[in-house]
Design a protein around this ligand. Structure first.
Ligand SMILES: NC(=O)c1ccc[n+]([C@@H]2O[C@H](COP(=O)([O-])OP(=O)(O)OC[C@H]3O[C@@H](n4cnc5c(N)ncnc54)[C@H](OP(=O)(O)O)[C@@H]3O)[C@@H](O)[C@H]2O)c1
Length: 363
């Protein structure tokens, strides 16, 4: 028996990717698609009119609804929210209170646990703290918390790449870190369909645009997650900074993480730790630096798939610096694929149900 699901934000980029992936899912069936309602003002809108990749597919014939909680609760067991954080903050509890069994929210509304930190980074998003505790939906780290979850908060795309690059360091007993620098390059799909002057093709193409040289919001999420998983820091505590650039990609993202330690770490030990950490993981591939068809890792080798490729190395000429490059498809492992992976775990199915996708190469 399939489980009926809804997608709110179905007209957006993440919504479109959820629809693409759920089309091939053996156990989920999309029965509802919601959006803000502005597109349907002059008549019904079928999803294939917005997402051409759905032409001829059953989901392409679904029409958008202006997001009515009672209608969703009456038809859906689970709901994916691919909406702005202010929308998710009120919609998720309303859906759960109305009887929806599971809500997976892909926005930042529920990612940070500490109310003070949340308020500092997302002052415009007020959310209820007492009801419906969210589970941070990164299966590689929080697999055991997902089976009972009702509210799953799906991590950000750059946060996912960064955390998967850093998680093995949390398991290196006796190695303490003082500084972490995250240098992220992301494609244009990360900004969604919102029209902004800086998103014009003439301005967005062929750039290396430092859109967040400091103060990227994902830094707070990454710090909270690493601290929660026991990253050992020097007595002065951890200094963590992130800079992000928009580059000439669409779905890809590449994150270079530099972690500094005074302890002795050899390259072979680092690689062994990464391999041990991820050997059972279906979607994390530990890569040796290699220059085959293209130098790896590169987002070009994961586009369209749920993979995150990570490559660790110790900088022998710069004592104490570990370099980890991590790449993913922002819409798949960075959003929709990860949400489905977490929900697969929630419902007790194989984590790769509906996600057995090879990358499209060259993309
Ligand atoms: N893009 C990425 O790579 C990425 C990765 C990870 C997480 N995310 C997060 O996922 C969420 C969606 O991102 P996106 O890139 O898909 O954005 P998007 O393309 O701008 O889509 C936003 C969607 O939200 C809908 N929406 C807006 N206000 C609404 C309301 N009041 N009620 C119901 N629906 C409403 C929009 O409907 P209309 O079309 O009617 O306006 C649209 O379908 C965001 O929170 C984003 O931060 C995005």
């Amino acid at each position: 028996m399939t489980i009926p699901v809804g997608i709110v934000g179905a007209s957006g980029l993440v919504g479109g990717e959820l629809l693409r992936l759920l089309d091939a899912h053996p156990d989920f069936r999309v029965v509802y698609a919601g959006s803000s309602g502005k597109r349907e003002e002059s008549g019904p809108v079928a999803l294939a009119q917005i997402h051409p990749h759905l032409l001829g597919r059953p989901a392409g014939e679904l029409t958008l609804d202006r997001t009515r909680v009672s209608r969703i609760a009456g038809t859906c067991t689970a709901v994916f929210l691919a909406t702005p954080p202010v929308v998710s903050a009120s919609l998720a509890p309303a859906l759960l209170d109305a009887g929806v069994e599971v809500v997976a929210d892909l926005s930042a509304a529920f990612r940070i646990c500490d109310p003070v930190v949340h308020k500092r980074w997302y002052p415009e998003v007020s959310r209820p703290w007492s009801s419906h505790q969210p589970v941070y939906g990164l299966p590689e780290l929080n697999r055991d918390l997902l089976p009972g979850a009702r509210l799953i908060s799906v991590p950000g795309c750059l946060a996912t790449a960064s955390i998967l690059a850093l998680y093995p360091l949390c398991r290196m007993a006796g190695t303490r870190f003082s500084h972490i620098t995250i240098d992220a390059k992301a494609g244009s799909a990360g900004s969604g369909t919102r029209l902004q002057a800086t998103g014009l093709h003439a301005l967005r193409s062929h750039v290396v645009a430092p859109y967040a040289p400091a103060g990227h919001r994902h830094a707070a999420e990454i710090r909270e997650c690493l601290t929660g998983h026991g990253l050992a820091t020097t007595d002065g505590g951890l200094r963590l900074g992130m800079s992000a650039y928009g580059v000439d990609l669409i779905r890809g993202a590449s994150v270079a993480v530099y972690a500094w330690t005074d302890d002795d770490v050899r390259s072979t030990d680092l690689i062994t730790m990464f391999r041990d950490t991820y050997q059972q993981e279906r979607f994390v591939r530990v890569i040796d630096w290699a220059s085959g068809a293209i130098p790896m890792p590169d987002p070009k080798a994961v586009i369209g798939s749920n993979y995150c490729d990570v490559a660790p190395v110790v900088d022998a000429d710069d004592a104490g610096r570990l370099v980890i490059i991590s790449v993913l498809d922002t819409l798949t492992k960075g959003a929709a694929g990860q949400a489905i992976q977490a929900c697969n775990r929630r419902f007790g199915w194989p984590e790769d149900a509906g996600l057995n996708l090879q990358p499209v190469f060259p993309a």
